[in-house]
Write a protein of this length. Structure first.
Length: 568
């Protein structure tokens, strides 16, 4: 039996040294193993360290570079964002203090990469990657089914707009009051100016403006070759705050309201083109943007329709996301048939005073019709701001049963000049609540909006033939409605229920009967028992008729000589 080595012997010392070397080797091996595992984890899970952005959110590439020359004129900066077969190349912009940005709204989830391109060496060839995840965003609104709108994810969007032209130029307290009001209001679209109009109140006092779109403080020192980034950062914050409330921003690029003072409405074509591109670079990545090229465009006397053609095409070229584009008219209506116009943004008051005009406009333009100025509820000395709440609500109903949309405005206020349409704040009128009631009715109707049913002969009805009918009687005071429907899409044996709607008192009263239609004749078909719905004989009443029960199994047999699909 071997004995242990005695302490202090040479052999014993060798064993102690080997033990120390083995421990060292073990530590080294553990270190190498941990490093290998860390490297492997980095390769296998690179997305964990990348920025995560929601689909239809904003990813921003921020670059630093020297401020050489005039970056608002001399700079060329884009970035190409790629995922599989998808590729977008938005323009970037200078944001002051040596900071350059390129903004991107990713339309799909997954890993995206980018590379920058620039004539500025500090900004060229920068690469990166980020991960896009699905979230609550629905994406930008676009035209759907010819006459209506939907978000990029397919969710229908029915615009119930309001007008707050100058709210972005108000003191912060008033902005917050406006946001609190909108949070409870029925409006999901807001028309607002991108550039303030000249007003003495913006020069002094609590409403004094400290930033303008261009560098400078007055007409004699504005530098129209340089934008003021601080101004646009404030405007972006307001657009984002409206987006957080689910409100689309109809952002108006040009307007005629300087009266020879600041000169923002008389800038040259070169300045205008730079302005349009700068606006697109800064704002196109926001999902809630609609481009309105101008408010009352024909009052900007030095610009022609051909000039606006050019600005439209700049927007279309540099906006990678194809946001909606239109223009608001004054005494000369722009040609909305032009291919770069996505929808009609109309100021023509008579179009919503009577039934039948909106269906005609739909047929003329084959685009969505938005009556963006129908006069305002108010007590203004100006004739465009003297509507009662009843009349503004009536005009909304006339627009909607014509298959179109309308925009609210109000000039009632106890202390602020021109009230809500100018600076926001609070709503004092009686129409917003009724407009909200109408919105609920329309949103619970046919998916995607209303369409005229028999527009040449039954001008006050819209819905979906064979399924849903919404009749509006306006100022009329009918006491009864014979149950008779236009023949399109009807079958013998179909059954319907009806509701009487008081649009002003905001009540819905079900009619107890169930109605059944007989054999469809040529144009209209009645209840088999010729029943009549009794109405209260008051103004502002409506009737909602909806099909109930199962669809009859057999197709209708046309009556002799019937032309069932005839539209005229």
């Amino acid at each position: 039996m071997a004995r242990p080595f005695p302490p202090g012997s040479a052999t014993h010392g060798h064993v102690r040294t080997s033990t120390r070397l083995s421990a060292h080797r073990l530590a080294h091996r553990l270190t190498c193993l941990l490093a290998s595992l860390l490297f492997a984890w980095t390769l296998c899970a690179p997305a964990a360290a990348q920025e995560r952005v929601e689909q239809y959110g904003v990813h921003e590439v921020v670059l630093k570079g020297k401020d050489a020359g005039n970056p608002f004129i001399d700079l060329e900066l884009t970035a190409t964002f790629t995922r599989g077969g998808e590729s977008f190349t938005p323009e970037g912009f200078y944001d002051g203090d040596g900071t350059y940005r390129v903004r991107f709204m990713p339309p799909s989830a997954g890993q995206w990469t980018y590379v920058t391109h620039s004539n500025h060496p500090d900004l060229d060839g920068k690469k990166g990657a980020f991960t896009v995840v699905k979230g609550a965003n629905r994406g930008p609104v676009r035209v759907a089914n010819t006459h209506h709108f939907a978000h990029a994810d397919g969710t229908p969007f029915l615009p119930f707009g309001t007008t707050i032209y100058e709210w972005a130029f108000q003191p912060e307290a008033q902005k917050l009051e406006t946001l609190a009001t909108l949070k409870k209001a029925p409006f999901n679209k807001a028309r607002m100016l991108a550039v303030p109009p000249y007003k003495p109140g913006y020069l002094d006092g609590p409403g004094k403006l400290t930033d303008f779109p261009f560098v400078g403080t007055a007409r004699d020192n504005f530098d129209f070759s340089r934008f003021n980034p601080a101004y646009f950062r404030s405007l972006e914050r307001d657009v984002k705050r409206l987006s957080d409330l689910g409100i689309q921003v109809d952002l108006i690029l040009f307007r005629p309201y300087d009266k020879g003072q600041w000169g923002f409405d008389t800038t040259s074509d070169a300045v205008n083109q730079r302005f349009v591109r700068y606006m697109v670079a800064r704002f196109a990545a926001f999902q809630n943007i609609w481009w309105s090229l101008a408010n009352e465009n024909s009052y900007i006397r030095h610009l022609t329709d051909e000039d606006f053609d050019r600005y439209f095409q700049i927007v279309r070229k540099y906006d990678p996301y194809n946001h909606l584009r239109s223009i608001h008219n004054a005494d000369r209506i722009y040609d909305y048939n032009k291919p770069w116009v996505t929808h009609v943004s109309l100021q023509y008051y008579n179009a919503v005073k009577v039934f039948g005009v909106s269906p005609m406009l739909r047929d003329m333009y084959r685009k969505p019709i938005v009556h963006d100025e129908i006069n305002y509820e108010g007590n203004s000395p100006s004739r465009w701001g003297q509507l009662s709440g009843e009349e503004l609500t009536r005009r909304f109903w006339v627009a909607l049963v014509g298959g179109a949309y309308a925009t609210h405005g109000e000039v009632l206020d106890s202390g602020k000049a021109r009230g809500w349409i100018a600076g926001g704040g609070h709503l004092a009128g009686t129409s917003p609540e009724r407009i909200g009631f109408l919105r609920k009715i329309v949103e619970t109707g046919p998916k995607g909006g209303l369409a005229p049913i028999d527009q040449l002969f039954v001008m006050n009805a819209a819905g979906q033939a064979g399924e849903y009918y919404l009749y509006y009687f306006g100022d009329d005071r009918p006491t009864e409605f014979p149950f008779v429907l236009p023949v399109k899409a009807l079958r013998k044996g179909m059954k319907f229920r009806a509701d009487i709607i008081d649009t002003w008192n905001m009540t819905v009263t079900p009619v107890p009967d169930t109605f059944e239609i007989g054999e469809p004749p040529r144009y209209r078909v009645a209840d088999v028992d010729s029943r009549v719905i009794r109405l209260p004989g008051k103004p502002y009443m409506a009737l909602r008729i909806q099909r109930v029960g199962e669809m009859p199994k057999t197709a209708p047999k046309p009556a002799p000589g019937a032309i069932v699909e005839e539209e005229l």
